[in-house]
Design a protein around this ligand. Structure first.
Ligand code: AMP
Ligand code: GLY
Length: 427
């Protein structure tokens, strides 16, 4: 069995590790991969947007299943290209991935399907958007409608800041054409929760949940990032709440996509705010979260490969997945300057040491090898995931590992999962 993973971040390394553990012993290829995936399988030097190159590689190598990590190739239609070539691939088509790639579309779909979400207005003209923002006296969130590498959302507790944010997105075109349409929505308060489900077009199978930490600095301060750490399971994810999310969010949105001739197949990720009035959707994503994947994937006891194949073959109703009762805490080590302009090319020390620590997974993200050295190659360098019988033990293990790694300018949050383990304190 041969598997191709598309992507090269921490999520894709975690996918590679999980799939390599399948009893079917698949050979793993990763395009473009990183230093971590190179140690498990073979990296392939094909870029994410080179769909023809990826299809050709899958044909030449007789790849049995391709799994797509990031949103950009999904929204760009990589699944459509593979399917046209008769190749098996796990992920939504471009039409279904629009749920992430076009926030205005997602909002309209949610409204029509009565999915609870922040009240929002959609604008294509700056003046109209500014007039609306000026008329509001509560906090607002300005979102570029298109894909902006996780950076297109500006949270404005003071509505006056929303006017500056609108100018930044629509006049200065900070996110290019992704900001031609903007969504301006009410600022919601509460705990955030990332919910994941496998969907095969009809059947929905809810996975375990995770909580991400989006802000750069401790105490949820500093700029927004792709995610500085995550843990699973979060205490907010009670069975009652999850049943409500399935009934009020997942079922109606999967139905709405079907009615829109965009049946959903793959991982559906709902970013929620658990407000006083119940769960509300902040966004849908068409893939696993990063770093949520680094704490979710290691918690499954059964075979991820079986689960992905069941989705691709439309047999999700037949499978059963077994989860570990253990907790996972993932701490992201980032480069100096992240998320604005990251330093790269720094030597990473201590890797051999942590790779042998019990209850610790090292998931590479922006790393590359140069002879016998491992170097940093971007903003989020790696995620250290600790596994333990409770959050406190998992947290202790992740932080013990972080203390043994070093590279120039390394930064990480000291309070990942502190909310779930208030007595453990942070190291
Ligand atoms: P998104 O990419 O839409 O999930 O937004 C990124 C982050 O911005 C979220 O994880 C939240 O922390 C924050 N955010 C987005 N929408 C809202 C909202 N309506 N109210 C409060 N915070 C929000
Ligand atoms: N960690 C958030 C995301 O992957 O979008």
């Amino acid at each position: 069995m041969k598997i191709l993973i598309i992507g090269g971040g921490g999520r894709e390394h975690a996918l590679a590790v999980s799939l390599a553990q399948s009893p079917r012993r698949p050979r793993i290829f990763c395009a473009p991969g990183n230093a971590g995936t190179a140690a498990i399988g073979q990296n392939v030097a094909i870029e994410l947007d080179d769909f023809n190159g990826l299809v050709r590689f899958a044909q030449d190598e007789q790849i049995d299943l391709t799994v797509v990590g990031p949103e950009a190739p999904l929204c760009g239609g990589v699944v459509d290209c593979f399917r046209r070539a008769g190749l098996r691939i796990f992920g939504p088509t471009a039409a279904a991935a629009r749920i992430e790639g076009d926030k205005a579309y997602a909002k309209r779909l949610m409204k029509a399907a009565l999915v609870p979400t922040a009240e929002a207005r959609i604008f294509q003209r700056l003046e109209e958007a500014k007039t609306y923002a000026a008329s509001r006296d509560t906090g607002l969130v300005v979102k570029a409608s298109g894909l902006a590498a996780g950076k297109g959302v500006i949270v404005c507790p003071d509505p006056a800041d929303a006017i500056l944010a609108l100018e930044h997105v629509m006049a200065e075109r900070a996110f290019g054409s992704a900001g031609d349409t903007v969504v301006v929505e009410e600022l919601l308060k509460g705990e955030e929760l990332s919910v994941f489900a496998l969907v095969d077009g009809r059947t929905i199978y809810m996975l375990e949940c995770a909580q991400d930490h989006k802000a750069l600095l401790d105490g949820d301060t500093g700029p927004n990032t792709g995610g500085m750490g995550a843990y699973s399971p979060p205490p907010t994810a009670t069975p009652d709440l999850l049943a409500r999310v399935e009934r009020d969010v997942l079922v109606p949105i999967v139905d709405a996509l079907n009615n829109d001739d965009a049946p959903y197949q793959g991982i559906l990720y709902a970013g929620l705010m658990i407000t006083a009035a119940g769960p509300k959707v902040l966004e849908f994503n068409c893939r696993f979260g990063d770093p949520e994947a680094q704490v979710l994937l290691p918690r499954l006891c059964s075979d991820w490969l079986d689960a992905f194949e069941a989705v691709v073959d439309g047999r999700l109703s037949e499978i059963d997945m077994r989860w570990s009762s253990q907790c996972a805490v993932g701490v992201v080590l980032a480069s100096a300057g992240y998320p604005v302009k990251s330093e790269t090319g720094k030597v990473i020390e201590g890797l051999d040491d942590v790779e042998n620590m019990p209850g610790v997974h090292v998931f590479h993200a922006a790393t590359r090898t140069l002879e016998h050295l491992t170097l940093t190659a971007g903003g989020r360098v790696m995620c250290l995931t600790g596994i333990g019988r409770d959050v406190a033990e998992a947290q202790e293990r992740a932080y013990a590992a972080a203390e043994r790694i070093h590279f120039d300018g390394m930064q990480y949050r000291r309070d990942i999962a502190a909310r779930a383990s208030p007595t453990s304190g942070s190291p």
